[in-house]
Design a binder for this molecule. Structure first.
Ligand SMILES: Nc1ncnc2c1ncn2[C@@H]1O[C@H](COP(=O)(O)OP(=O)(O)OP(=O)(O)O)[C@@H](O)[C@H]1O
Length: 303
C-alpha cells in the first residue's frame, strides 16, 4: 500500500524523493515546544507583545509531478505568521492539494524553483519526518486506511515516535489512554472509536474527525487541512471546525484548503487566497469567499 503520512511519522522512503535535498539542519534545532504547541495553553499575541512572528514563507515556489515532470505549481508566494488562519480556495485542479503536499514533502512532486522557509529554516532541506517533528501537520483530502492497526495503537505509536525524536520519554498504553481519551470529546467521538482499525470502514465524516483527532494528539505549529469540510454533514462540520478553532493559539497557524464559505464562517480566516493555474492570484478577506459563493470564480479579479 502506498502510504504517505509524514505528520504521523510513519516510515517513508523519502531517500528516493526527488524533492529531497541535502539535509543540513541539526535535529537539535527542533525544540520540544515546537511539536506540542497546540497542547500548551496559549499566550495571547498581546501577552507576548510585538509583531507576530513569521512562521512560513513561500517564495516563487514551482513544482512538477516527479514522474511525468508536468508543471503544477508555477510561482506560489505565501507568507504565514503565527496566529494566522489562511484559506486557499480555487477551482478544481488549480494546484491547491499539490501545494499542500509539496509543503509536507510528498515524494510525488519535485520542487523545481523557489524557496520555503519554515521557522527560519529551509523546509526543502528537511525530510518529511523532520517537517512533522518541526510541527508541520497535514490532514489529507482522502485519509488512508491502515488495515489491522487499531486507532489507539496507531496514535500511540505516532505520538511516541514524535516524543522519541524530541528526547521525551514514551507514554505506555495506560498513560497514553489517559492522554488521548479527553481529546475524543473535542471531536465528539465515542471512546470505542479508539479500538477500531485506522480509517477502515470509517464513514467520510469519521475519517475527517479522525484526522482532527490526530492533530489534537500530535499537535502542530502549522496545520495544513485539505478539504476537512468535504463530505461532512452540518453537525460534523460544526464539530470539526470547533475542534480546529479550539486548537488555535496565538503561536500556531492553520492553512486550510476549502471550496466553501461555510467552513470559513466557523474558522475565521485572516486571509483568503485564490489559486489559479498553480499560482496565488488574489488575496483578501472573507468577502472574497462571499463573492465566490454568490457569483463564482468569474467574479474574482485576477482570474
Ligand atoms: N500525482 C499526480 N499525478 C498526476 N497528476 C497529478 C498529480 N498530482 C496532481 N496532479 C494534477 O495536477 C493538477 C492539480 O491537482 P491538485 O490536486 O493540486 O488540484 P486541486 O486544486 O487540489 O483540485 P481539487 O479542488 O479538485 O481538489 C490536476 O490537474 C491534477 O490532475
Amino acid at each position: 500500500m502506498a502510504l504517505f503520512a509524514p505528520s504521523i511519522s510513519l516510515r517513508i522512503s523519502s531517500s528516493t524523493s526527488p524533492q529531497r535535498r541535502r539535509f543540513v539542519q541539526s535535529r537539535h534545532t527542533f525544540t520540544p515546544r515546537a511539536a506540542v504547541a497546540v497542547e500548551t495553553p496559549s499566550s495571547s499575541g498581546s501577552d507576548r507583545g510585538g509583531a507576530p512572528k513569521l512562521l512560513l514563507e513561500v517564495k516563487e515556489l514551482s513544482a512538477v509531478i516527479a514522474e511525468s515532470k508536468q508543471p503544477i505549481l508555477k510561482g506560489v508566494n505565501l507568507t504565514v505568521h503565527e496566529g494566522e488562519v489562511h484559506a486557499v480556495m480555487g477551482k478544481n485542479g488549480s494546484g491547491k492539494s499539490t501545494f499542500a503536499k509539496v509543503l509536507v514533502g510528498h515524494p510525488d512532486y519535485e520542487v523545481t524553483g523557489g524557496s520555503i522557509t519554515y521557522k527560519g529554516q529551509d523546509l526543502l532541506e528537511m525530510e518529511p519526518e523532520e517537517r512533522a517533528v518541526a510541527g508541520l501537520f497535514m490532514s489529507f483530502q482522502t485519509p488512508v486506511a491502515i488495515p489491522g492497526v487499531s486507532n489507539i495503537d496507531f496514535l500511540n505509536m505516532a505520538y511516541n515516535a514524535r516524543r522519541r525524536k524530541l528526547g521525551l520519554p514514551e507514554l505506555g498504553p495506560i498513560e497514553f489512554y489517559g492522554y488521548v481519551a479527553p481529546k475524543l470529546e473535542l471531536v465528539n467521538m465515542k471512546i470505542d472509536f479508539l479500538n477500531r482499525k485506522v480509517n477502515e470502514g470509517f464513514s467520510g465524516g469519521e475519517r475527517k474527525r479522525n484526522e482532527i483527532l490526530q492533530l489534537a494528539v500530535l499537535g502542530a505549529d502549522c496545520a495544513i487541512l485539505d478539504e476537512i469540510d468535504s463530505g461532512l454533514d452540518v453537525d460534523a462540520l460544526r464539530d470539526v471546525a470547533k475542534a480546529v478553532s479550539g486548537l488555535l493559539t496565538s503561536t500556531n497557524s492553520v492553512l486550510m484548503i476549502t471550496h466553501y464559505l461555510r467552513l470559513l464562517e466557523f474558522i475565521k480566516p485572516t486571509y483568503i487566497h485564490i489559486m489559479e493555474n498553480g499560482k496565488i492570484v488574489t488575496t483578501g478577506d472573507i468577502s472574497i469567499a462571499e463573492t465566490l459563493e454568490r457569483e463564482g470564480y468569474k467574479a474574482i479579479s485576477g482570474i
